[in-house]
Ligand binder design. Structure first.
Ligand code: PMP
Length: 428
């Protein structure tokens, strides 16, 4: 099956502006070399009318789909009323409503007594503020991160990120962070936390007492590595016992990607600090939050500030998303059911072929290729057939799928059929 329509079989291409004006640092438009124009739900249309089923979902920023009608209407109403668009961090009606709704719909029902910080509009901003806060609270400087972690491109976030190519971009030593093996890093051969606990408790271990541990429950950029609930529980205990703060970076896996609103809910753990971004605005508008235990709120006024912490259009769509999807468990139950559907179909694709395995949780699912180059070839073949999918992992060896959570079962099935064909095409 090919999604792209008959009339548009010319080769997609990019205008010269991308090669002559935009920096070489550009990335996604290289894999999808066409000019995207309109989008609705899980579908994107380029300027020539080619339609693409979007299984990348803005890298997890579009959990409720492109131009979600309920969110769009709220945004249009706000804009046409000449309400305040930019407000630094002054008080606005949009922000009041967001704070109240986030507390009533998300925090209070989960008994999470967190304060909410607006750290700036990106995931990296949230991570930076989380690391700064942990250091300020504890008076310690070192942070523990995990192999294959991804936390963003600013220096602090990069220091706790694994990818060597991204780290090299810093141009200075990235210090005060120590990587530990993520769950199953040794394929079950070495007992989890053996090394971590040993060096923590050994005065000759050479590890400075850390301020915090930062962890993703599922490593999205790192190759869809899923931490088991038991591993996360043991990590929480290890931190509690030694008075180390636990930061869960839920930038990519939060807002329902794995089923529940927070990805750590399934493990029943309560992080001290949580970062959220990507889908928190619900509409692809930049927005991020840093959440932390009330007693950790040691910031002094303005100690971590910035111009774009009061992006009211994002608060409007964020509030509408919470009201529309998170008042009860219907949406997360549907996500889990669709995740099972995806996983079953992907397991079948993997079972029929050598060197491919399926992995994931909820609606973040991936296929790992033993021959890493195949993953890129599959994504290329998928693009040619009208499906947007991206690779992840240290060697780009995993095809990672992050479709909007609102994608219909019919579209999920159709897209996965295209993925199946793309694998066959890549295998030759
Ligand atoms: N943390 C995680 C877990 C992420 O996946 C990302 C982005 N992929 C970030 C932080 C950084 O977010 P941003 O790109 O918005 O800075």
């Amino acid at each position: 099956m090919t999604i792209t329509t008959e009339s548009t079989l010319s080769q997609p291409s990019l205008p010269d502006e991308y090669t002559s004006i935009e920096s070489e640092v550009r990335s996604y438009c290289r894999g999808w070399p066409t000019v995207m124009d309109t989008a609705q739900g899980s579908w994107v249309t380029d300027v020539d009318g080619r339609r693409y089923l979007d299984f990348f979902g803005g890298a997890g920023a579009l959990n409720y789909g492109h131009n979600n009608p309920a969110l769009k209407q709220a945004l249009i109403d706000y804009l046409t009323s000449d309400k305040i668009v930019h407000s630094l961090d002054m008080a606005t009606v949009a922000k009041t409503d967001f704070l109240r709704t986030f507390n009533d719909v998300i925090l209070a029902p989960r008994k999470l007594d967190y304060k909410v910080q607006f750290p700036g509009p990106t995931g990296a901003n949230a991570v930076e503020s989380a690391l700064k806060l942990a250091r300020k609270v504890t008076g310690r400087e070192s942070i523990i991160n995990f192999t294959n972690a991804f936390h963003g491109m600013t220096l602090g976030a990069l220091s706790v990120t694994g990818n060597s190519m991204k780290r090299a971009g810093a141009g200075i030593p990235l210090v005060h962070a120590t990587p530990m093996p993520y769950d199953n890093y040794f394929d079950g051969v070495t007992e989890d936390f053996h090394w971590f606990e040993r060096v923590l408790d050994d005065s000759g271990g050479g590890l400075n007492r850390p301020a915090a541990v930062i962890v993703e429950t599922v490593q999205g950029e790192g190759g869809v590595n899923v931490a088991r609930a038991e591993w996360l529980q043991a990590l929480e205990q290890l931190c509690r016992k030694r008075d180390i703060l636990l930061i869960v970076d839920d930038v990519q896996m939060g807002c329902g990607r794995t089923g529940p609103f927070f990805s750590f809910e399934e493990a029943g753990i309560t992080p001290d600090i949580v970062t959220l971004s990507k889908s928190i605005s619900g509409y692809g508008l930049p927005m991020a939050l840093t959440l932390f235990r009330r007693d950790l709120d040691v910031w002094t006024p303005g100690e971590h500030n910035g111009t774009f912490r009061g992006h009211n259009p994002a608060f409007i769509t964020a509030t509408k998303a919470l009201e529309t999807y998170w008042q009860d468990s219907t949406f997360s139950d549907e996500t889990l059911a669709k995740g099972t559907l995806m996983r079953d179909l992907m397991e079948k694709m993997a079972a029929n072929r050598d060197g491919i395995s399926a992995r994931g949780r909820g609606m973040v699912q991936g296929l790992k290729f033993e021959d890493a180059d195949l993953a890129g070839a599959v994504c290329k073949a998928a693009f040619e057939r009208g499906l947007l999918a991206e690779t992840s992992g240290p060697a780009d060896e995993v095809v990672k799928l992050l479709p909007p959570l609102t994608t219909s079962e019919a579209d999920l099935t159709a897209g996965l059929e295209v993925l199946d064909e793309s694998i066959s095409a890549a295998l030759g």
